[in-house]
Write a new protein. Structure first.
Length: 170
């Protein structure tokens, strides 16, 4: 699982407006589509986050090569009809199945944590998830436990609870 966080994308929307931001996103989508291998799947998860599910990657070296390829694809400038260029860039977090998780949720959470590691290395970087990221978040008090009640709709009674751990990134 690779998670691309678009660098400086908020500035694109703030500086040029959301219509231009949408055009830049379309450009990035086309660039990513051309960089993906057959069978890989990309999708926008949030305003500036794109998830890429990579199939049949053989280890860290291949995952890193794919991340570099996607970073290069995103770095291609978009040219407006008026002649100016916009470059968004991307930072990439990587989590590997089954080493970093055995569910889509775990892999996505690992890739999300790894994006912050990539951003610490500088724009246009990539980083693999590591358990030390989770331990560091725990040590800094960034993870908070919350309980969400499970309610029987028919009776309105609380019948259980779900424990949720939220990362409160300062």
């Amino acid at each position: 699982m690779l998670l691309l966080n678009l660098d400086r994308f908020k500035h694109v929307n703030d500086s040029y407006g959301h219509a231009t931001g949408d055009e830049v996103l379309r450009h990035i989508a086309h660039r990513l589509e051309s960089a993906l291998r057959p069978g890989d799947l990309a999708g926008r998860l949030a305003g500036d986050e794109i998830g890429v599910l990579v199939r049949h990657a053989h280890g860290e070296d291949e995952a890193a090569a794919i991340a570099r390829s996607l970073i290069a694809a995103v770095a291609e400038p978009w040219r407006s009809p008026g002649g100016f260029e916009v470059v968004a860039g991307a930072s990439v977090g990587i989590s590997l199945f089954p080493r970093h998780g055995d569910s889509a949720q775990a892999l996505l959470q690992g890739a999300h944590a790894a994006v912050y590691g990539a951003k610490e290395r500088g724009r246009g970087a990539w980083c693999f998830f590591s358990e030390t990221m989770t331990r560091a978040a725990l040590a800094l008090g960034h993870l908070q436990l919350h309980y969400q009640p499970q309610v029987d709709i028919a009776s309105g009674r609380v019948i259980g609870a779900e424990a949720l751990v939220r990362w409160m990134d300062p």
